[in-house]
Write a protein that binds this ligand. Sequence first.
Ligand code: SAH
Ligand code: F3S
Length: 482
Amino acid sequence: MEKVLDEAKQGNTLVLEAKEANSKKLYIESYGCSMNFSDSEIVASILVDQGYNTTNLLEDADLVLVNTCSIRDKAEQTIRKRLEKYNAVKRENNPNMKVGVLGCMAERLKEKLLEEEKIVDLVVGPDAYKDIPNLLKEVEEGREAVNVILSKDETYGDISPVRLGGNGITAFVSITRGCDNMCTFCVVPFTRGRERSRDPHSIIAEINDLGEKGYKEITLLGQNVDSYLWYGGGLKKDFKNASPMQQAIATTFAQLLEMATLAQPKMRIRFSTSNPQDMTEDVLHVMAKYDNICNHIHLPVQSGSTRILKEMNRQHTREEYLELIDKVRSIIPDCGISQDMIIGFPTETEEDHQDTLSLMELVKYDFGFMFKYSERPGTLAARKLEDDVPEEIKKRRLMEIVDLQQKHSAYHTHKTVGKIVEVLIEKESKKSDKEWSGRTPQNTVAVFPKENYKLGDFVLVEITECTTATLIGKAVGYSENH
Ligand code: SAH
Ligand code: F3S
């Protein structure tokens, strides 16, 4: 029942156009959040310059890289299974193959990974990808290579990522790295380091480049995008030590969002993820002012109980969160809102769980990602609190929350029947090669007959029926944005 972020994408391999002079083959597989998929594009871009072309045939690879996720134990177990698979291929087909672990598991386990997983040659944390060429030399000389140093200022702003395995229509643009929030359950502050923002000029240059290449939608990406703050480089926490001049000309998220919007007024702009305590009203006003910013906010709450929110070190109460929702709805009446929820956090009582259900009733989220609490070694919750909600109870509570979310998702899709919505065509529908699939600004999937419309078209679709999560309709013309 557990829903996982971008489930369909998990484990995707990335392939890009071959560069003729390159003779070595790279197989790169990614797990976890969008940031990891975006990082893999940076890694591939670095390796193209080292003579590698990408392949999706594991058996052919000279170098296998897996970009890993540590967010829940299950994610790590999935990756350990993949490492077993690589090992089998190495033994049977390809003894010279080298294997590298990137991302959050690399950062969390460091050298231990080399001991635990005998086939791993290379361990690289999220801030050390530029060092991969040097590390590969070490490996070629027969040494094990590890770099898990976290950085104060690495944002990869100077690397133009190759767009891998994509549809040529939607792309991620990373704007912040790391996270300072220290939610007590979360491993991210340990694996991705302190929060820092990327130079707005390099962000806008990347967006303009995507625009020229025909991309139609970008998502500004970060663990906490609303906290974005550029004051010439450096950690967010050091902003208070910046010069008065630097502080005065700093760029906030609302300003960056407006810059992106004005740079590419025909492109759809999205952003993810928002943290309730960092979301400011000026962001909502920028969203309301410009049509090309999609009316959707991913606003994880994790729990509806103020007591549990406090144990999680989330920086707001249930009431403050609900006030923010009211503000969103009054400034952007048709805004889609989605959630992340953790079920069975230590000490969660039946009453806390009821608070979560009642908060969901009040907000009626469009969709959400719901997880059973998974204790992560080293986090404050793991050190201070016993994982004391029995598995059976976690399962039951998760089911209740998923059921309620489905009811609310269906409420939203049913409400849309009879209306005309804008859809950007992204791909062929999974169910039928005669239908297109795309998303509304609110981020709900819509499918409709292809007729003469093409990939990348902005289309107006009249919705005639729906399932819980999908709108079904018929195109009635191009949208104004086309
Ligand atoms: N701010 C981040 C959050 C990353 S983690 C972002 O950009 O989305 C994504 C979600 O995983 C969190 O919102 C939380 O709901 C869930 N999660 C994080 N740590 C967890 C844990 N230890 N157990 C279960 N779920 C967890
Ligand atoms: Fe994790 Fe909380 Fe940051 S969920 S990524 S510590 S906002």
